[in-house]
Write a protein that binds this ligand. Structure first.
Ligand SMILES: Cc1ncc(C[n+]2csc(CCOP(=O)(O)OP(=O)(O)O)c2C)c(N)n1
Length: 327
């Protein structure tokens, strides 16, 4: 374990990864049983990225997420019960069941939203960083997005403005080498996405996204730079998506040997090994797993027994209700 990381932080990193892993494993099963409507894109295999970054953030800091957003939400401090209820489409969810898996948001946690539109969170984070600068707040904004998203115009426009205006924003590219079923080699010629930052005179870092310690330390540097007036950074985290693009995708296009190697390179197991070597007792890790499993069990019961939203409330909490009234 790197000496810059205390045992306390190390355990926190482990706990947050376990929280995401267990939540995602549960929703996979619940989705298969028809409990969760819509599409489900899981974050299994990528936990170390959200956790390594978000463990450096305060509740005031803002993040934007993607269609693969549960991990970011949990890493930013979400409670399982309201998150699970939202995925079930229940009235007790974070967004009263109107957001669901791909549009879940909780501004009180600084989580400005998952987003079904690829790359749409990047300008939102950039705008949040502009807000901080304009209002003289010391929060920073972090945008999580995929390798595919880095081909979108909004990625390039956001990096350009963030650079020109020296905004307190960190761009975190979760490079899992796939955009849906398309391998990156078919839509990008560059070896590393980090190189794109050079075009905007933004510093960049490449990290092993399966090494939570490496992500944590890289993010700490980038977030400190942003918070102290040093402007934006692009972090490229090389990671692996374990499951299909979404739960209806059987991944027939994937190289099975590569996938097997990725499963053997599990960030959660790797970090557990490091913690044990640093002297953390196995019983402590077991207790974290047990506590998380208990909380999850209660959250599933809460979601199952919660009411669906009242159709009469369909126009509440939205910006343009009159449009729906006129239709
Ligand atoms: C603007 C836009 N274009 C296309 C899509 C369809 N789509 C959904 S997810 C996805 C792939 C995104 O890949 P990446 O950004 O690498 O994220 P990952 O799924 O790998 O996490 C695409 C093309 C979309 N939702 N929005």
């Amino acid at each position: 374990m790197d000496p810059q990381i205390s045992i306390e932080v190390g355990q926190r990193l482990y706990e947050m990864m376990v929280r995401i892993r267990k939540f995602e494993e549960a929703v996979v099963e619940l989705f298969a049983r028809g409990k969760i409507p819509g599409f489900l894109h899981t974050y299994i295999g990528e936990e170390a990225v959200a956790v390594g970054v978000c463990c450096n953030l305060t509740i005031e800091d803002k993040i934007t997420s993607t269609h693969r957003g549960h991990g970011h939400l949990i890493a930013k401090g979400a409670e399982f019960d309201k998150a699970m209820a939202e995925l079930f489409g229940k009235a007790t969810g974070y967004n009263k069941g109107k957001g669901g898996s791909m549009h879940i948001a909780e501004p009180d946690l600084g989580m400005l939203g998952a987003n079904a539109i690829v790359a749409a969170g990047i300008p939102i984070a950039t705008g949040a960083a502009l807000t901080a600068q304009y209002l003289g707040k010391d929060w920073v904004a972090v945008s999580f997005f995929g390798d595919g998203a880095s081909n979108e115009g909004s990625f390039h426009e956001s990096l350009n403005l963030a650079s020109v205006w020296n905004l307190p924003v960190v761009f975190v590219c979760e490079n899992n080498e796939f955009a849906e079923s398309t391998p990156r080699s078919q839509n990008q010629k560059i070896k590393d996405i980090a190189i794109r930052a050079m075009a905007y005179d933004i510093p960049s870092m490449i990290v092993d996204g399966n090494n939570v310690e490496a992500v944590y330390l890289a993010a700490r540097e980038a977030i400190t730079r942003a918070r102290t007036g040093g402007g934006p950074t692009l972090i490229e985290a090389k990671t692996t998506r374990w499951r299909g693009h979404h739960e209806a995708d059987n991944q027939s296009y994937r190289n099975k040997e590569e996938l097997k190697a990725a499963l053997a390179n599990d960030a959660v197991a790797r970090w557990a090994t490091q913690l044990l070597a640093a002297g953390v007792p196995q019983a402590t890790l077991d207790a974290i797993n047990e506590k998380t499993a208990q909380e999850l069990k209660l959250a599933i019961e809460f979601a199952e027994t919660s009411p669906l939203p009242n159709p009469a409330d369909a126009n509440a909490d939205i910006f343009t209700p009159f449009i729906f009234e006129e239709i």
